[in-house]
Write a protein that binds this ligand. Structure first.
Ligand code: NDP
Length: 378
């Protein structure tokens, strides 16, 4: 039986393969006023919590004009408080914990509409900006679709809120909230399986870890190099929470085998090593002085094994999230497959940028560390 719109979504993905009826899906895509309210509440909460809750204030990387943005890394606090508020509201029957699970498709389409609107506003305000700072200087190619897709400004703000940092935070928290709502649904239906528990644990740890180390986010590609256009806003607000949680729906229906995720150390360790190296290039890596190329690039630790070991760890983790679903359907493998494509594409673009930025230093690094992601293979 199809009880909710999101179940309908999963059902749809599978059924399209079996030529089933599209009419089941379409009505669930029209956003109701409740789903708009859920989104508005969520964004307002995040805006207020991000501003008022205490958290370490981190200086971002030095931008080309010498300026540095400041980021208040209170995501873990904001997320814990939100989950506590939602938990208490559910206990007091003020709010149903199934609200996200039951309105998944409506929330998805409401978020999509929001992404389109907000990026049109970003396009218009970006184009009319005369600011010369690295964060706000408009980059206009003249091609409307290109400028709207890739964005015009590096770090646009709204009422003092850094939108890029805000959106990525909203996406990562949204992923956990969708998962928790599906979990609540399984508990209510009495269909909680071992696979679901494992999936929930893996994902919750991954997301909590992200916020525990939110500081490391401030030196990543999205924050330092990507302008804020539809691609990034859509990726953060819609793609991350709604597609990364597909396995939860699948696990809810397919009770299969499981695996574990020892790749976490590679993923987190590599990102940590780079972040620490950027702050202090003399910090020992795995107990030894770091191997540094041209005073700027780390060539030991994970960064001496492959030029993007962090991507390798992330990919293997993504795979481990999907394996509990078994191999009877390709749908749960959507996330790792998507991530594989995205990270290979991104790694190529990142290397182009680094080659231009570091010139002969980069060439020396390529010589020392010949593998891109997977040693001896790629
Ligand atoms: P990185 O964190 O690898 O950042 C790349 C930047 O790091 C480069 O542009 C360069 O910037 C610097 N750098 C590269 N090599 C070195 C080196 N050897 N020494 C010192 N600095 C170096 O990339 P991302 O921001 O793309 O990824 C961060 C994490 O986020 C990864 O673990 C990735 O898997 C994950 N991710 C997950 C996604 C998802 O959808 N789940 C999507 C994208 C990323 P600089 O100019 O500052 O030197």
């Amino acid at each position: 039986a199809i009880h909710s719109s999101f179940e309908c979504f999963v059902f749809y993905i599978e059924s399209t393969m079996l030529d089933m009826d599209l009419r089941l899906l379409l009505p669930s895509l029209i956003p109701s006023s409740q789903s708009v309210c859920v989104l508005v509440f969520y964004f307002v909460y995040l805006a207020v919590a991000g501003e008022i809750l205490p958290g370490k204030v981190i200086r971002g990387v030095v931008l080309s004009d010498g300026s540095q943005l400041r980021y208040r890394c209170n995501g873990l606090f904001a997320l814990s408080l939100l989950v506590a508020i939602l938990g208490i509201s559910a206990k007091l029957s003020v709010l149903s914990p199934l609200v996200v699970a039951d309105r998944g498709l409506e929330l998805l389409s409401a978020t999509f509409i929001f992404c389109v609107l907000v990026t049109l506003v970003l396009y218009i305000t970006g184009r009319s900006s005369s600011d010369k700072s690295s964060s706000l200087k408009p980059h206009v190619s003249g091609n409307l679709v290109h400028d709207w897709w890739f964005g015009i400004q590096l770090n646009p703000q709204f009422i003092g809120i850094d939108l890029k940092f805000f959106f990525v935070r909203a996406g990562m928290m949204g992923w956990l909230l969708i998962n928790l709502s599906i979990l609540a649904k399984c508990v209510q239906d009495g269909s909680l399986s071992q696979s679901m528990i494992l999936y929930q644990i893996f994902c919750a740890l991954y997301i909590l870890d992200y916020f525990f180390h939110e500081e490391y986010m401030t030196s990543t590609w999205d924050i330092i190099a990507e302008r804020l256009g539809f691609m990034l806003v859509f990726g953060d607000l819609l793609w991350i929470p709604f597609t990364f949680s597909i396995q939860a729906w699948m696990v809810a229906f397919a009770q299969q085998s499981r695996t574990n995720c020892s790749w976490y150390m590679v993923f987190r360790g590599a990102n940590k090593q780079k972040h620490i190296f950027k702050k202090n290039p003399k910090t020992p890596i795995w107990g030894k002085p770091p191997v540094v190329v041209g005073g700027k690039l780390l060539a030991s630790g994970y960064w001496g094994i492959a030029r993007h070991c962090n991507y390798l760890g992330d990919l293997m983790l993504a795979l481990s999230f999907s394996l509990p679903c078994g191999i009877s359907s390709p749908v749960p493998y959507f996330y790792p497959i998507y991530l594989l494509i995205l990270l290979i594409w991104r790694e190529r673009r990142d290397e182009e940028r680094c080659a231009e930025k570091y010139k002969e230093i980069w060439a020396e690094y390529l010589r020392l560390v010949p593998y891109r992601i997977l040693p001896y293979v790629y």
